[in-house]
Write a protein that binds this ligand. Structure first.
Ligand code: PSU
Ligand code: MN
Length: 341
């Protein structure tokens, strides 16, 4: 019988040998990024952040980005592991041709609640933060790791959270609930700027989720830098410190929440806050008018932002993904060799 949770052999071996493994979500591939090609490389590819990683302008943007993310992990000595459902099997770590198939096909956007159904009917889908965390927990259990062993680090662009206008119509991403019960470090550029970030930060707090700013004292706003003095978060300065916090939180205290590591997009790559805010308002009005809600809302808003900024929001989204994956690989390096966790 085919196992329903299949962990790629390279990933399994890396875990056994205490090598850094970085899990990558794929809802960003199937639903967060466009499928048209972008011949000209996004601005981040000329900077130190991308290093020697190249942009393949002949590929659809979603696939070119996914390849660049995997290459970023490898360049830093790590093993990338994309999570998804393919033909009914929950997978951690896939082959390049499978990634390509997922990027091109009509895949579902799977949150944790969708996984069982899509697997049962032999379907395929990209996994959101919530579903990726559920997949990691299932994989760790099936590999026989302790609750905090195995896959420990996961990179995304921006987590889901509390949508604006929640007092009229509550839409709180399942990402928050999944973070409350999955012991991984999640590297993120704050939460998406399309959300109510104050309410999102409070929801994280209510769910006992430790939130740390990577060399930053405030909550970043996805493609936009955070505002100093607003939404303060505790700062961490170095990777060893992140390791010690994980050890105390999971090891000593036996807590099981994810640890959210907030990574702000550097100035120069981040967009202008006032401009983005004006476009978010427009995007929300357009979604309202077209009655777009539920799982379709986040992809709609991201696409609207990308189009309306002439691709600038898209370039910033790609930059922050690379930035997060690079930091996640460093964290994975420290956690992989920490036996106390
Ligand atoms: N980060 C991105 N683009 C995305 C997402 C994250 O840069 O498309 C996805 C993630 O998979 C996240 C999901 O879990 O959007 C949140 O969707 P929702 O608000 O419907 O829970
Ligand atoms: Mn939602």
């Amino acid at each position: 019988m085919i196992p329903r949770v299949a962990v790629h052999e390279e990933v399994r071996e890396a875990l056994e040998r205490n090598l850094p493994v970085v899990v990558l979500e794929t809802a960003v591939l199937t639903h967060g990024l466009p499928r048209e090609a972008r011949p000209q490389a996004p601005a981040v590819f000329g900077t130190a952040l991308a290093g020697s990683i190249e942009w393949d302008g002949s590929l659809p943007v979603n696939l070119a980005t996914a390849r660049a993310l995997a290459a970023t992990v490898r360049a830093a000595g790590g093993v990338p592991a994309s999570s998804c459902v393919l033909d009914g099997v929950l997978r951690i770590g896939i082959e390049p041709d499978e990634l390509q198939r997922l990027a091109m096909m009509e895949a579902e956007k799977c949150s944790a609640r969708d996984l069982g159904r899509v697997m049962a009917c032999g379907g395929s889908g990209g996994t959101t933060v919530a579903a990726t965390l559920a997949a990691c927990t299932a994989a760790n259990q099936s590999l026989g790791f302790s609750e905090t062993g195995g896959l420990k680090v996961f990179a995304t662009g921006g987590i889901g959270g509390v949508h604006r206008h929640w007092n009229r119509h509550a839409d709180i991403s399942a990402d928050i609930r999944a973070l409350a019960v999955s012991s991984l470090v999640v590297v993120t550029a704050g939460a998406k700027v399309i959300l109510d970030l104050t309410a999102t930060r409070e929801a994280l707090d209510t769910n006992l989720i430790p939130v740390l700013g990577w060399q930053v004292g405030h909550f970043p706003r996805f493609t936009v830098q955070g505002r100093p003095g607003e939404l303060a978060v505790p700062r961490v300065e170095d990777i060893q410190q992140v390791g010690s916090i994980c050890q105390q939180h999971w090891g000593t205290l036996r807590r099981r929440e994810a640890i959210l590591l907030l990574n702000e997009l550097p100035a120069g790559l981040a967009l202008d806050g006032a401009l983005v805010e004006a476009i978010v308002q427009e995007a929300l009005a357009a979604a309202d008018e077209r009655r777009i809600e539920g799982p379709a809302l986040t992809p709609f808003l991201l696409e609207y932002m990308a189009k309306r900024t002439g691709g600038a929001a898209l370039e910033a989204n790609i930059a922050l993904l690379l930035n997060n994956v690079a930091l996640a690989t460093q964290v994975a390096g420290v956690l992989a060799t920490n036996d106390a966790i």
